[in-house]
Design a binder for this molecule. Structure first.
Ligand code: ZN
Length: 482
């Protein structure tokens, strides 16, 4: 970015809440059911029906408000947001307007160099989702209204973000929190977490905001970062060429890596809000607030600190392990089986996460149970198998659902700790490699590794490395003296 300029970015994040039923009726929120089957007169907006608020929605959103340092307003109200859209049979969406349930919060984002920045949260409110228009399965546009009335939480940030990377970090925190709270699965690719960005640029030092554009359709974390960086550059180029920014809604095209204006057909929402006459104000009194906060789970920051203090993990390990709740849970289950906290953290961070990355799966779908990984670590520490063999056993466990003990037994992988057997092998190797022995005697320390390698090859990696090292050293240094 041209350093004369700075960007001002605010994010609106929509999160689909994991309630069983919809926000104002008893219909299922299940994804993937037959189109237009999860519906009733209420979510279809038939005349004369009355919505009833789902209590869970209030509790979920209050939890998010508490986790993001918001004030939970004792009284909040609903409003109708009127607009026409084919997938909105009611002709309006029930949302919150001037009296949202949560306000004035913040989260801290952390940069790779550990410095942090506070990002304000203007408000968090509840609303219902609209249906879905499907354009790619027929010549006509198809409409599925199953999603009508699915509860949404909208989180609006202050315009405190300055770069695409900051937006990415902020979004990561939001995702982490909703997952820890268990209120949304946080899956951006599947649309349960959606994000729109308001972006403007101005000269550094300027206090007035520039004209903003709104960027939509960024359906992955990386796309949010890319789209925002792209839009910032685009606006700066226009200003540098003497042009002016037009306020408009833009769509990110992830295939072409570019931004295009929404067709006017897609846009032109002229929102009119008015108070929802069918719903009473929502009252969250002290008692209810206390009940809700009693259900607040351990949040990422606290868990991270506990990992550092209780398990003596380096900060870096604790960071990575607590990034997602499911990974932290898995790790804590591993160390129920082994008390080697450090090794367990390395196995999870390096070996497990690598496979999750390669296979693009979540740790909850990982083939090796936390119990079996714990047992594997114990087998190494007890000297039953070497660290090298453990990697093979790990690979085997990925293929078949067996305990490490079973695999070690079946494949005859027990570590050779019998000193006389190892001594015999070492003697053979030394006599077969006289020239390397001479090099060692002449002071070429590096050949030591060569001998270790030979012993390991001969024993297919099963020799106890400590015994091999000690014996080799003794033997070779003995030769040196003579
Ligand atoms: Zn319904």
């Amino acid at each position: 970015m041209d350093s004369k300029y700075e960007a001002v970015i605010g994010l609106e994040v929509h999160a689909q809440l994991l309630t069983e039923s919809k926000i104002f009726c008893g219909c299922s929120t299940r994804f993937g059911n037959a189109p237009n089957s999860n519906v009733c007169p209420i979510c279809l907006g038939h005349p004369g029906v009355l919505p009833v608020l789902n209590k869970k929605v209030v509790e979920f959103i209050s939890l998010m408000g508490m986790a993001t340092n918001c004030t939970i307003n004792e009284k909040s109200t609903f409003a109708r947001k009127n607009y026409f859209y084919p997938d909105l049979p009611k002709g309006y969406q029930i949302s919150q307007f001037d009296q949202p349930i949560c306000e004035h919060g913040f989260v801290n984002i952390q940069f790779p160099d550990k410095s942090t920045k506070k990002i304000g949260i203007t408000r968090i409110h509840m609303e219902e989702d609209a249906g879905k228009s499907i354009h790619d399965q027929s010549f006509e546009t198809l409409v599925d209204v199953n999603r009508c009335g699915v509860p949404l939480m909208e989180i609006v940030s202050e315009p405190d973000l300055r770069t695409g990377t900051e937006a990415y970090l902020y979004l990561s925190i939001i995702k982490q929190l909703v997952q820890y709270l268990g209120i949304c699965d946080g899956n951006m690719e599947e649309g349960s977490l959606r994000c729109d960005a308001n972006i403007s640029v101005r000269l550094k030092g300027e206090t007035k905001l520039g004209t903003k554009t709104e960027v939509k359709n960024m359906n992955s974390f990386r796309n949010v970062e890319k789209a925002i960086s792209y839009e910032i550059e685009r606006q700066i180029d226009i200003i540098e060429d003497g042009g002016t920014i037009v306020q408009q809604t833009l769509l990110w095209d992830a295939d072409l890596n570019e931004i295009r204006p929404m067709r006017s057909k897609e846009e032109a929402h002229d929102y009119r809000y008015f108070p929802e006459p069918d719903l009473l104000p929502v009252l969250v009194d002290e008692n209810w607030k206390n009940e809700i906060s009693a259900n607040l789970p351990e949040l990422p920051d606290v868990r991270r600190k506990r990992f550092i203090e209780n398990f003596k993990l380096p900060e870096y390990n604790a960071d990575i392990l607590t990034q997602s709740k499911s990974t932290a849970d898995y790790y804590e289950n591993v160390i129920k089986v082994t008390n080697d906290y450090k090794s367990a953290s390395n196995w999870v961070m390096v070996d497990v996460l690598k496979i999750l990355n390669d296979k693009k799966i979540d740790i909850t779908e990982f083939q090796i149970s936390s119990k079996n990984l714990g047992k594997l670590i114990n087998l190494i520490n007890e000297g039953t198998i070497s660290g090298k063999i453990a990697k093979d056993v790990f690979a085997n466990m990925l293929e078949e659902d067996k305990s490490p003990e079973e695999i070690v037994k079946e494949k005859n992988l027990l570590q050779i700790s019998d000193t006389s057997e190892i001594e015999k092998i070492i003697e053979e190797i030394l006599s077969k490699n006289q020239s390397q022995v001479q090099e060692y005697i002449d002071g070429k320390e590096k050949v030591f590794g060569f001998f270790v390698g030979q012993v390991m090859r001969e024993t297919k990696g099963k020799a106890n490395p400590k015994i091999v090292n000690d014996f080799l050293r003794k033997k070779l240094d003995g030769l040196k003296v003579n």
